[in-house]
Design a protein around this ligand. Structure first.
Ligand SMILES: Nc1ncnc2c1ncn2[C@@H]1O[C@H](COP(=O)(O)OP(=O)(O)O)[C@@H](O)[C@H]1O
Ligand SMILES: [Mg+2]
Length: 255
């Protein structure tokens, strides 16, 4: 930890209702990349699958603190990754997702009770749906990062997601798209290049300059409970996520 002062943290939701697009990888690796710059980062796992939780080497808990009536405070734990803290996924998330939550403002209220100088960034890993868990994340966040996998045409799904973001601004007027992030990019594949061109051309939303390449080291790292930045620091995947952390800071999304 450097002597850097924390300000009000940037709260980022990593969202896309499609599974397997790189949300969890982006949530954890961006958190680690930011932590390596001396920032304190909290990862809030609201996906019933709990992949961010297990990928960072911590266990799921019976009840998700993100939606527990008594709030987050004591539930925040330090992960084995220096500078990265976690609100673990609960085994009750699946049930909450199906039965619905009494409000979409629960997570937002919980995050507001945290001391303002505790974290530089709070990163919420969303499930692959636009249900109540993601709605809670969108109501709590300042910015949405939208990872898209460059191996299928994403436009239809993206339009739906961006609609959900717009809808969330009714309760959370400050919410905006931080950027669309191309993940699993393979520059030698015509499809990857076409998808990139289509998104850049047809959508008005910001797109990150950083592109995350497809890299087997990225996929291997979670089974070792490490981020790719630590597992294979010289890999293209690691460099991608370090660059993304730099871009997020450069753009003022996280201070
Ligand atoms: N850049 C990448 N290169 C190769 N594999 C990746 C990359 N990003 C993610 N993966 C792998 O793809 C799968 C889906 O990624 P994940 O982050 O879990 O997506 P989501 O959270 O959107 O479901 C995981 O097995 C992950 O390890
Ligand atoms: Mg995931």
């Amino acid at each position: 930890m450097t002597g850097r002062e924390t300000a009000v943290p940037g709260i980022l939701a990593i969202a896309n209702q499609k599974g397997g697009v790189g949300k969890t990888t982006t949530a954890t690796c961006l958190a680690h990349g930011l932590a390596l710059t001396g920032r304190r980062v909290l990862v809030v796992d609201v996906d019933p699958q709990g992949n961010a939780t297990s990928g960072m080497g911590v266990e799921m808990v019976p009840k998700s603190p993100a939606f527990a009536p008594d709030g987050l405070g004591a539930a925040i734990i330090q992960t084995p990754w220096s500078g990265v803290f976690a609100v673990q996924a609960g085994r009750d998330l699946e049930r909450l997702a199906v039965r619905g939550l009494p409000s979409i403002l629960i997570l937002r209220e919980h995050l507001r009770t945290l001391p303002p100088d505790g974290f530089h960034a709070i990163i919420i890993d969303c499930p692959p749906s636009l249900g109540p868990l993601t709605q809670n994340a969108l109501a709590a966040a300042d910015r949405v990062v939208v990872p898209i996998q460059c191996e299928y045409y994403p436009l239809e799904g993206l339009v739906q997601l961006l609609g959900a973001v717009r809808q969330a601004t009714a309760t959370n007027p400050g919410l905006a798209v931080a950027g669309i992030l191309f993940t699993m990019y393979n520059g030698s594949l015509e499809l990857s290049r076409e998808v990139e061109a289509e998104v850049r051309e047809k959508l008005p939303d910001p797109v990150f300059d950083t592109v995350i390449p497809r890299d087997v080291a990225v996929a291997e790292a979670p089974s070792h409970c490490r981020s790719v930045i630590d597992y294979a620091p010289r890999s293209l995947g690691a460099r991608g996520y370090v660059e993304l952390a730099g871009e997020v800071v450069k753009r003022g999304i996280v201070r």
